[in-house]
Design a protein around this ligand. Sequence first.
Ligand code: CLF
Ligand code: SF4
Length: 520
Amino acid sequence: MDDSHSLESFDVAQAEPLDAVMQKIAEHKGCGTSGGSGKASCGSGAGENDLPQEIWDKVKNHPCYSEEAHHHYARMHVAVAPACNIQCNYCNRKYDCANESRPGVVSEKLTPEQAAKKVLAVASTIPQMTVLGIAGPGDPLANPEKTFKTFELISKTAPDIKLCLSTNGLALPDHVDTIAKYNVDHVTITINMIDAEVGAQIYPWIFWNHKRVYGKEAAQILTDRQLRGLEMLTERGILCKVNSVMIPGVNDKHLVEVNKAVKSRGAFLHNIMPLISAPEHGTVFGLNGQRGPTAQELKALQDSCEGEMNMMRHCRQCRADAVGLLGEDRSAEFTTDKIMAMEVTYDLDSRKAYQSKVEEERLAKVAAKNAELQTLAGEEAADVEILVAVATKGSGRINEHFGHAKEFQVYELSTSGAKFVGHRRVDLYCQGGYGEEDSLDTIIRAINDCTAVFVAKIGHCPKDTLLEAGIEPVDQYAFEFIEQSAIAYFKDYLDRVKRGEITHTARGDADIRQGAFISA
Ligand code: CLF
Ligand code: SF4
């Protein structure tokens, strides 16, 4: 249902120069196929010099659309959309929409008015929160009145916050005009297939035209609506990200075709996420024993699609009431009880001042990286690539202790520089005064394709075990910028190889015991 009639009183901001922006997106979307090394900074990893100004302005502070921004800027979700109009085999309705979430966590549902108060409370507390997303716990466009009412309220009270929406796409074509009307210029559509045979294995039914439709017929309607909605959005210059859940044996190979289809319809970014599946989630896939992909399988698929279009690799599959930087969860600070009791003043000037400081830090980081990159000029080692894992709690710095890390960010290093390629969730090693050996095994398994792990600090015991596993613990760059440090490490790595101190080996096979890499 198009609910635009209920929103007529809303005074929308100036319309975007849509044709111009669309043209820029169309020009940009060939990025990654335009020759060169294929390693150029691109898509979610793109910087100011890689994108047209209009698009850079839309993505530069959006932590999901810009990999660089995710180190500095936060997003929040408000859980105003409980209903859903389809059934996915990886979803249990007790939990949030698994298209932008992970099973096993539930959100506190809010009214639009509560949501608006929450946004103000968070924006006052976390001045680097720049994006408000509606991503569930069901489908936002199966709850259009609540979704658009929330956007209306927030646009009026917090006009500097970007609006974002994530949908399964079934109802999308009915709402594109309303989305454009409210200046929601970032929309995510979850597209897991373009072939109804594949779709029937993922979606048992959809609710369509007042009745349930099953199997292939349902999947055909869904894919037609998703692709049509994508085209309609990109025609209006709205940036679109496509999320796809990688389900081994079901759609993993097929996602290459999905990637081509969404690229040709103007999607800006493709986010291939791993299926998270366990029997305790109570989902069809969980109960059937359908496994998710390994980190290495996910990376291989993302790599194979990267030549086609821009890939997102820093998604954290956030919950529908997530608050904070990607990867951190501050939602417990903003429960309904707490926000309703808070005195909130929305101070646009102090938010801007804080964000100026963030920009200074970000520019310093980019300048440091570029300067360090110069040291690789003239290196003839184009075939040498290694992965390194980094313990960080944000701001683009190596600022987390090994024992406190709940995830490691993984960078691919080559003569082209340092490229973020994913993150690996791990169990905490430090358990309040002692190290947990089982966790250490898990951590080593999670990063066993990495040559080194960068940390702010690490104890002797895990250091020795990591070395035995062939992973070099590096704490010499504590609290420094990640990319600058990674490039410096890579330069040193190449120098050590040249001096014969170590032997470069295929990733995951390096052994640095006693300071020497041993070829596998
Ligand atoms: Fe939220 Fe999604 Fe907007 Fe981001 S999340 S609605 S685009 S503001 Fe981001 Fe979270 Fe991944 Fe989503 S990391 S699950 S991609
Ligand atoms: Fe669940 Fe989201 Fe799928 Fe709806 S669209 S069934 S809420 S995962």
